[in-house]
Design a protein around this ligand. Structure first.
Ligand SMILES: C[S@@+](CC[C@H](N)C(=O)[O-])C[C@H]1O[C@@H](n2cnc3c(N)ncnc32)[C@H](O)[C@@H]1O
Length: 233
């Protein structure tokens, strides 16, 4: 047995995923996030939508699963960002493997620090449990607060997070930023094992109202896909 097995959701794999009508095959090397239940629910929601003619930016594209779906659902143009070039190379391979011919730009960027503007839609599955930040909502809050820099007036922000990141707080912040909020999808799922690896995570989650439920010894979180329509001006 490997004495140092890959942790969290970062083991190498080839995945065959079905999202509604779409069958997608993804190579996910060790160290790149495999789609988690969050990534899968976001993919299921995106698969049902029509992005014909849209310019779309995805922050933290990972293995590129959502970019593949957006391409297959008509996106005219994609800008895909990641924290390092290696991850982007794998996303590139997956887009090619799935025959995506959309015009795509790949960019190494630190989350919202992207030199771009005027996109029709911004898509993201922000880090939270493994955010590497003392303030775990950092990636969620910056996404909401700075969406207007990347998205045109009247454009959309679509993203997912867990009940542990506090749904009401997110909706309040989106509304404070003048967005019209819609919930596009919701699902309950069991915790992943690595949630218990960081004891401070569970302590913090205990202080968030309705962050999780415990039934028959199993912890469950809820996942929600949010859509915010930015104000026209
Ligand atoms: C929760 S994963 C989502 C990956 C993929 N979009 C999915 O849903 O399967 C968050 C992604 O954000 C990227 N990321 C983390 N910190 C980042 C940062 N500071 N700037 C840009 N991307 C970052 C990670 O590399 C990771 O791929």
């Amino acid at each position: 047995m490997d004495s140092n097995p890959p942790k969290k959701n970062l083991a190498a794999s080839t995945l065959c995923c079905t999202f509604g009508q779409l069958d997608i095959e993804l190579d996910v090397p060790e160290g790149v996030w495999n789609p988690t239940p969050h990534g899968i629910l976001l993919g299921e929601v995106l698969e049902k939508m029509d992005f014909s003619g849209e310019s779309i930016i995805e922050l933290g594209t990972g293995c590129g699963v959502h970019a593949v779906i957006l391409g297959l659902r008509g996106a005219r143009e994609l800008l895909l960002t990641e924290i390092d070039d290696g991850v982007l190379t794998h996303a590139k391979n997956n887009l090619k493997k799935n025959g995506i011919e959309t015009k795509i730009r790949f960019l190494v960027a630190d989350w919202i620090q992207v030199d771009a503007s005027g996109y029709d839609t911004l898509v993201a599955n922000p880090p939270f449990c493994v955010a590497g930040k003392k303030y775990r909502r950092y990636f969620i809050d910056t996404l909401i607060l700075d969406a207007h820099k990347l998205v045109r007036p009247g454009g959309k922000l679509i993203f997912i997070h867990s009940s542990m990141a506090d749904f009401p707080r997110t909706i309040r912040l989106m509304e404070d930023c003048g967005m019209t909020v819609q919930i596009l999808g919701e699902k309950e799922c069991a915790f992943r094992d690595y949630y218990f690896e960081d004891p401070t995570f569970m302590t913090e989650m205990d202080s968030v109202a309705d962050s999780y439920t415990l039934r028959d010894g199993v912890h469950y979180e809820r996942l929600m896909v949010f859509e915010g329509t930015l104000p026209e001006n």
